[in-house]
Ligand binder design. Structure first.
Ligand code: ADP
Ligand code: MG
Length: 465
């Protein structure tokens, strides 16, 4: 009897209903929607709980992390007030309902057996979604070669480039593609910080040998942002041995960094030479044509209609970081919703105009940054540029170098020159320090926002007398 009732409820949860839910989400929460939402199935509507089924762990994690209230609102509109929702990657166990029973989690049709549980790969980071241009062609081609023939093409394979230029995207695409080509391979992707945390936990818990056993058993080990090893002596030592052991056993190692091996500050010489012994490929800032192509591809993934003049406008305005371009699309989507207007050039001007990465800011001068910093922190110019290392001077100095790197076109060497003749590794260290502190320290973040705002104002006044 219960089954019959359930079955009746189940019939009210069909492709039409899920279509309604998705339609509502796209209208109300476009920035939350992903192209794979099309694959979501509704597998039950029992006792006021609507169950949505996805195949992959990453999808499930995304839904649970970012979409619970959005789906609840949509389900209440479509199924009636008071329903709650549940995301699952297991089908209902009751075979009398015609379901197939628990399923193995799959990755594009491949079992995820070679993946570790804690490994999160973004759905969108595939080779198919990666736009190739002159600035990333070598890194892209070599990534494909490595994914096809691990440990035969280039080993180690080292990608370096600035923030938001596609390193993580390529690393994750290598993992996915390798998994499809070689389903039985043991693959692990983690950030360098992930590696170090696991190492330090293992040391603390007396589990070092199982940590070593695990890391030395992978066929493909991919470590993102390896520059974070800088200054971490014990972790460098451990990584050196992991590297050697994998390398000697003919396993593939893939690494990414924001600088080439010999420019990573405080990295042991023996690691530098290991990193340099395979292929080192650079990703540069994308040229205008690549930026336009990337914008179009991102819009398509989000099912947005981006007119040509809008993509040209954004590509002309934002030229340093692809993540920033994605941010602009999100902002446009939001504005289009709030103003109930289609995405067009005037809306784009409004969206980009409000962003700090506007034309004016890219032209910010280092002199302006230095003056703003000394005023804001009430410092003497001579102190800011001196060798003094008191925190009250060193922090503003690091902030200045960070802002200069972020908002001007000057090289690390040039910025070092302006800030009292420091070398490029000091600048790089400052940029990283402030970048990571900014994420953790909200008062620092506020200071930075204020500084950035006053720099924008200053620049605006200067260029519009
Ligand atoms: P990085 O690791 O170098 O800081 P990411 O790989 O995280 O940068 O890239 C930032 C964003 O830009 C991601 O959403 C990524 O998908 C996108 N992206 C970067 N390069 C490309 C590209 N060539 N084609 C499509 N998307 C790209
Ligand atoms: Mg990255």
């Amino acid at each position: 009897m219960i089954n019959v009732v359930n079955w009746l409820h189940m019939t009210t949860c069909d492709t039409y209903m899920i279509g309604e839910v998705l339609g509502y989400l796209r209208q109300r929460f476009p920035e939350t929607c992903r192209h794979w939402f099309e694959e979501i199935e509704c597998v039950g509507n029992e006792s006021g709980v609507v169950r949505f089924f996805v195949q992959e762990d990453v999808q499930l994690k995304y839904l649970n992390r970012c979409c619970v209230s959005e789906f609840t609102e949509a389900a209440n509109k479509v199924f009636g007030d008071g329903v709650s929702i549940e995301f699952t990657n297991e089908r209902a166990l009751d075979s009398s309902l015609g379901d197939v029973g628990p399923r193995e989690t799959t990755l594009g049709g491949f079992t995820q057996s070679g993946f570790e549980d804690d490994m999160l790969l973004s759905q969108n980071h595939t080779f198919d979604n990666f736009v190739v241009g002159p600035d990333n062609r070598l890194a892209h081609a070599a990534s494909i070669a490595v994914a096809k023939k691990p440990a035969q093409a280039y080993n180690p394979f080292f990608i370096h480039g600035g923030v938001g230029l596609g390193k993580t995207h390529l690393l994750q695409a290598i993992c996915r593609h390798s998994m499809e080509m070689h389903p039985s391979m043991r693959i692990y992707y983690t950030s360098c910080n992930g590696f170090m945390t696991q190492f330090l936990d293992a040391v603390q818990e007396g589990q070092l040998s199982s940590f070593r056993h695990r890391f030395r058993s992978y066929d493909l080990l991919v470590i993102d942002d390896i520059h974070d090893l800088s200054k971490r002596e014990t972790s460098q030592e451990e990584f050196f041995h992991t590297f050697n052991s994998l390398y000697q056993a003919g396993r593939q190692i893939v690494l990414s960094s924001d600088a080439p091996p010999n420019e990573i500050p405080d990295l042991e010489e023996r690691l530098i030479s290991r990193f340099n012994c395979g292929l080192v490929a650079n990703i540069d800032r994308p040229c205008y044509e690549t930026r336009v192509a990337i914008l179009k591809s991102k819009a398509k993934l989000r099912m947005i209609d981006l007119p040509d003049d809008v993509s040209s406008y954004i590509a002309a305005k934002i030229d340093t970081n692809i993540r920033e371009m994605e941010g602009a699309i999100t902002k446009l989507q939001g504005l289009s919703l709030v103003n109930d207007s289609p995405i067009n050039l005037s809306l784009a001007k409004k969206a980009i105009g409000q962003r700090i990465v506007s034309q004016g800011v890219t032209q910010m001068s280092i002199q302006g940054i230095i003056e703003t910093i000394t005023t804001y922190y009430d410092l003497k110019l001579a102190d800011l540029l001196s060798k003094r290392r008191n925190k009250s001077i060193a922090l503003p100095r690091q902030i200045g170098m960070y802002l200069a790197r972020k908002h001007t076109r000057f090289s690390l060497e040039e910025i070092g020159g302006y800030f009292g003749g420091r070398d490029h590794t000091t600048v790089m260290h400052a940029v990283r320090t402030i970048d990571s502190k900014r994420g953790e320290d909200s008062s620092l973040d506020k200071d930075l926002l204020r500084l950035e705002e006053s720099l924008v104002g200053r620049d605006f006044v200067a260029s519009n007398p």
